[in-house]
Structure formats: structure tokens, C-alpha cells
Write a protein that binds this ligand. Structure first.
Ligand code: IMP
Ligand code: MG
Length: 189
């Protein structure tokens, strides 16, 4: 196995990384800014943050610690019908929220918008539960692949059309624990 500067710095979990796209420090800085913006916008309310497992794990954890107003958090889980063909938008809710959304100020937190079909579907589901407001906070956006027209209220980074891993994002359930976002070596795909 060829050691790269990345795998020397981060250990064997980074052996398959071709290059880092967004450094750990840049992610942390941007997430803190997003938390401060949300704190200002929702001052005096008690927003409910809703996330989809598992990709949103680290973004949610860091974002919530950067929000300085009272809040609540809940999670749902989905499974795509066909992960191999990446048949986007066809999702099944495997774990639903425990919190009723009626009258709540909901912030839907997502790791990534690609085609937008997954997010579009979930937003339609949540809308039917009559929240007082529903806005989206997304860390990574790949606008060039968008099929559904969606504008997140809070956005971390725009990415080129590349498959990336790290900071919660996986390839076949691996690489979520990398603290940066990077591109895989061709042989790992
Ligand atoms: P969409 O329905 O095409 O917007 O798909 C969004 C979902 O696909 C995200 O929540 C991710 O789970 C997954 N996804 C899209 N692009 C990537 C990527 O580059 N790396 C890892 N997962 C991705
Ligand atoms: Mg995923």
C-alpha cells in the first residue's frame, strides 16, 4: 500500500484517498458560521433540527454546538430502493421522527444535495405535517447534477460534480470517519 501525505497524517482510514477537497479546518470554520447565522435568524424561537441518518451525523453534531439558542433535534432514517444504481429519489422511511412537526419551526439538515430528489421527496413528506416553517441547511451542494430546483436557505460549500467521501459521507458505508472531504483513488471505487 502506497502511503500518501494524507494517509500518513490521518492513518489507514485515509489510505484510499486520492486528494483532499475540503480541509478539516475549512469545514469547521464554515459550520460555525452557519450555526451563528441560524442562531441570529431563529432568536426567540426554539427550532427543531431534523436530520437523516447516517450521513448527517458529524455535520449535525458540529452545527448544533455552534447554535447558541434553545433547540431540539430529531432524526429519521431512509433507505434508497436501489443504492447500486443510485436510483435517486426513490426512498423508503425506515425510521420516522418521534417529534410532531405541527406548529414547529423545522430546520431540515442534510449532508449533501446532488440531484435533489431525496431532499425533495422528504420535504414533501414533512410539509404534510404542518410545520410553522420549514427551511433547509445543507453542507455540500453539487448544483451541476440538480434535477429538482431546490434552494437551501443555509449552504456550506458548492462542490464540483465529483463523488466525495468523509465527514459523514460514505462509499459503501466506509470513510465516514474522515474529518475532511476527499476524492477516492480510482481503484477504491
Ligand atoms: P440526491 O437525491 O441525488 O440529491 O442524493 C443525495 C444523497 O446521495 C446524499 O444525501 C448522499 O447520501 C448521497 N450522495 C450524493 N453524492 C454523494 C457523494 O459525492 N458522496 C457520498 N454520498 C453522496
Ligand atoms: Mg449516502
Amino acid at each position: 500500500m502506497n502511503k500518501t501525505p494524507t494517509s500518513l497524517a490521518y492513518g489507514p482510514c485515509a489510505d484510499d484517498i486520492e486528494r483532499i477537497l475540503i480541509e478539516e479546518e475549512a469545514i469547521q470554520r464554515r459550520v460555525r458560521e452557519m450555526g451563528e447565522e441560524i442562531s441570529r435568524d431563529y432568536a426567540g424561537r426554539r427550532p427543531l433540527f431534523v436530520g437523516v441518518l447516517k450521513g448527517v451525523l458529524f455535520f449535525m453534531a458540529d452545527l448544533l454546538r455552534a447554535v447558541h439558542i434553545p433547540l431540539e433535534v430529531d432524526f429519521m432514517a431512509i433507505s434508497s430502493y436501489s443504492p447500486e444504481t443510485r436510483d435517486h429519489g426513490l426512498v423508503r422511511i425506515t425510521k420516522d421522527l418521534e417529534t410532531p412537526l405541527e406548529g414547529r419551526h423545522v430546520i431540515f439538515v442534510e449532508d449533501m444535495i446532488d440531484t435533489g430528489l431525496t431532499l425533495g421527496y422528504l420535504l414533501r413528506v414533512l410539509e404534510t405535517r404542518n410545520p410553522a416553517s420549514l427551511h433547509v441547511a445543507v453542507l455540500f451542494d453539487k448544483p451541476s447534477r440538480r434535477i429538482l430546483d431546490l434552494e437551501p436557505r443555509y449552504l456550506g460549500f458548492r462542490l464540483p460534480d465529483l463523488f466525495v467521501v468523509g465527514y459523514g459521507l460514505d462509499h459503501r458505508e466506509q470513510y465516514r470517519n474522515l474529518p475532511f472531504v476527499g476524492v477516492l483513488k480510482r481503484q477504491a471505487l
